[in-house]
Design a protein around this ligand. Structure first.
Ligand SMILES: Cc1ncc(COP(=O)(O)O)c(C=O)c1O
Length: 391
């Protein structure tokens, strides 16, 4: 028996939401922000904190460390030591700070495209160069081009790799073998791996991700892992995350970097929310994972039945559908803009995740089924109109 109701339509308009502050009649399915209210257990914890009323400076208490350690041990079979953990105000603040502290201007940072576009900003805005190792995509789905990866890592100017594990936008959970191979190569060439694991808790029921640092001693020693409860529990606006650095010398540098950048101190609700999520949110999360999985199946079925020249797969992680529209266009920006103008549906253009994403659309399906069905209908109409217009 389900305890939580994900079918409820939540009206997020007029709440200053980045996603929902749009004209009436339009439908946002782009930014990775869910439409569901977070777990009631987390809402209660935040209300309790709000009732304290004196919103002074906050420390990071032992229960914050314990909550992360227990969750990763029980859910992801990874033993984290308290000393390895640092609070940070978000994964991207952490990443940008790590880029600045652990590499120098003019060095190269490797990413595997198509990938979360904000990685590009963290690299370029800090005066480093992006090295793209595009993922291979064939009938077996996405996988890593290891020959090219080695060639690019062997460049002495490449000093960092940003891994997306699981991978946004393609929804892939990297296997132990793949992670181990990445670790071997990065170790060999002295490249630090920053593993962004923010999407790790939204996986298909029965499937789990593998923390990069847990795979081998080499992976552990070269890794900086960024984790958070924010994607899985829909609380990105609370700005709460953690950095895991087992290697002591690297940890000291990262700690110095995030403190210099002033992103190491929690706001009043950040600790309470994270602890509530990891100590009381498990049951809610598992029901959410089932709901999202069913949404993904719904999208796949709908697209297979209604749009023969568009393809998508139910991937193992994230609440994002990666939709192959290459039979329709190789200009996803134009397609996304067209769909938006003609149907009011906001989806993300695949090209923004790197050239390898061109011709794809990313759709956020973390919404109730009623909204999902509305989105799918708009998507179908948008594609059909676009196709007619092309002819
Ligand atoms: C892979 C990835 N990393 C980081 C973020 C953002 O993290 P934060 O809000 O903690 O900066 C997102 C948000 O969509 C993401 O997809």
């Amino acid at each position: 028996m389900a305890r939580y109701n994900f079918d409820e339509v939540i009206d997020r308009r007029k709440t200053d939401s980045l996603k929902w502050d749009i004209p009436e009649g339009q439908l946002p399915m782009w930014v990775a922000d869910m439409d569901f209210k977070t777990a009631p257990e987390i809402m209660d914890a935040i209300k309790e904190k709000a009732d304290e009323g004196a919103f002074g400076y906050t420390i990071v208490p032992d229960r914050w460390y314990d909550a992360y350690k227990k969750w990763w041990k029980e859910r992801h079979d990874f033993t984290i030591e308290s000393e390895w953990l640092m609070f940070c105000t978000g994964v991207i603040p952490a990443l940008s700070s790590i880029v600045r502290k652990m590499t120098t201007v003019g060095e190269k940072i490797l990413v595997q495209t198509p990938v979360y576009n904000i990685f590009f900003n963290s690299i370029v805005n800090n005066g480093r160069y992006i090295v793209e190792n595009s993922l291979l995509n064939d009938e077996n789905g996405y996988h890593i081009n290891f020959e090219e990866l080695e060639r690019k890592l062997s460049d002495t100017q490449t000093t960092m790799m940003i891994l997306c594990n699981p991978h946004n936008p393609v929804g892939k959970i990297w296997s132990k073998e793949e992670l181990e191979r990445i670790g071997e190569l990065c170790y060999k060439y002295g490249v630090i791996v920053v593993s962004d694991e923010i999407h790790c808790d939204i996986t298909t029921p029965g499937k789990g991700y593998i923390p990069f640092a847990s795979v081998s001693n080499k992976c552990r020693d070269i890794s900086i892992s960024c984790v958070a409860p924010t994607k899985a529990f829909n609380m990105a606006g609370l700005q709460t995350s953690a950095i895991i650095v087992p290697n002591e010398r690297m940890r000291a540098k990262v700690d110095r970097g995030i403190n210099t950048d002033e992103v190491a101190e929690p706001n009043y609700f950040a600790i309470q929310a994270a602890v509530a999520a990891f100590t009381k949110g498990g049951e809610w999360l598992d029901e959410l994972r089932t709901y999202i999985y069913e949404n993904k199946m719904t999208v796949k079925k709908y697209i297979d039945e209604n749009l023969k020249d568009v393809k998508t797969e139910v991937t193992d992680a994230t609440y994002l559908m990666w939709i192959d529209c290459r039979n329709i266009t190789d200009d996803s920006k134009r397609l996304a803009a067209f769909i938006r103008k003609n149907t009011g549906l906001y989806v993300s253009a695949g090209g923004q995740y790197g050239k390898a994403g061109e011709g794809y659309i990313r759709m956020n399906v973390a919404c109730c089924r009623e909204v999902l069905n509305d989105g799918l209908e708009r998507f179908k109409n948008g594609i059909n109109m676009y196709r007619k217009r092309q002819n």
